[in-house]
Design a protein around this ligand. Structure first.
Ligand code: TRP
Length: 334
């Protein structure tokens, strides 16, 4: 099944810095189980990246485990892909250092995410924030992947990874496979329930439905969802009705119905019936994920087994690449 050399390889990291929400789930996450059928996948929780912004240690630990459980509950079967924690595989930091020496100050200064994050964290513009893309390049290149699934905001980081790999290969021969960004199926682009002009985001909790949220809280958020001042209160998609269009999209994604079917189903019914119906559909969609996550979190031994086995399999591949790199740059073998 794994590492049989036939399937293409894919790597991706997820920062354990926030909670998963409906936008993540109905967007990219729902398509990940299809990806693990198609590719040999390495997925890790990027805890090393997360500390570029100050974290509460107990919370980071808890969230890392909780996210692992949530990803498994969402269908990332640890028998079918390699799930691990970034800090459990030291080769990431080790290759990161080597690649630091093949990355230019100037090119890191141009990274838009660095500029954004240093503007937001003006009191903590640390060197890790600056070299973040180099660690990410190491994360990727260690596994010699064909593809890296990323969202729009990370494309520049995959570009610099390719530049670093090409530069290194230019000096030492073909050490790294140069990966392509893989624009994963994005699914639905879910907007905030309270401000439907912006994307659903954890930074606006009132408009955001979290995967682990209680059904009554989910229902409350949907009942309060912002719609519009259309006097007919018509359940219909239209550019001037972003709130209702978003709810139609959510309902369609949660039930598997087409937009047209949803519009027909609620014709002449107004928003009073529609909003709770969307809430209920979401509650039912998330229920099995929440219950499975809770079940997994009650079984710490199982989760430990998953991340230990994952780290072992990842380290096997990663260390092979690292040894090659150390040899190429001229380190004396131990
Ligand atoms: N920087 C990515 C993000 O914030 C997370 C990440 C770290 C990553 N290392 C990676 C993604 C390697 C893809 C591949 O979303």
């Amino acid at each position: 099944m794994m590492e049989n050399g036939n399937k293409k390889v894919m790597v991706s990291g997820i920062q354990p810095s926030g909670e998963l929400h409906l936008g993540n789930y109905l967007g990219p996450l729902r398509h990940w189980p299809e990806m693990i059928d198609e590719f040999d996948c390495y997925f890790f929780l990027a805890d090393l990246h997360t500390i570029t912004v100050r974290q509460n240690p107990a919370e980071l630990r808890k969230r890392t485990l909780a996210l692992l459980a949530q990803y498994i509950a969402c269908g990332l079967d640890p028998e079918k892909c390699v799930l691990f924690v970034q800090s459990h595989v030291p080769a990431h930091s080790q290759l990161g250092w080597v690649l630091d020496c093949y990355t230019m100050f100037g090119e890191l200064s141009r990274m838009t995410q660095f500029k954004d994050k240093s503007a937001k964290n003006a009191d903590n513009i640390n060197a890790g924030l600056f070299t973040y893309p180099v660690l990410m390049a190491a994360d990727i290149l260690l596994y010699q992947p064909d593809a890296v699934p990323v969202g729009e905001d990370q494309k520049q980081h995959v570009e610099i990874c390719r530049d670093i790999a090409n530069r290194f290969n230019g000096v030492y021969g073909d050490v790294f496979k140069v990966p392509e960004p893989y624009i994963a199926k994005v699914g639905a682009r879910i907007m905030s329930l309270s401000a439907p002009d912006s994307k659903m985001s954890k930074s606006q909790p009132e408009g955001c439905v979290f995967l682990m949220e209680k059904p009554e809280d989910i229902m409350r958020k949907f009942k309060r969802a912002v719609t519009d001042s259309d006097t007919e209160r018509c359940v219909r998609r239209a550019p001037e009705k972003p709130g209702v269009s978003n709810l139609i999209q959510i309902y369609a994604a949660a039930t598997g119905k087409s937009y047209e079917d949803v519009e027909a189903e609620f014709e002449g019914q107004g928003y009073g019936k529609f909003k709770p119906a969307v809430g209920e559909a979401v509650v039912e969609t998330l229920r099995p994920i929440r219950e499975e996550t809770e079940r997994l979190l009650a079984d710490k031994a199982y989760l430990e087994g998953v991340y230990r086995a994952g780290a072992e399999r990842a380290a096997y591949v990663a260390e092979k690449t690292l040894r090659k790199v150390y040899k190429k740059v001229g380190f004396l073998p131990r």
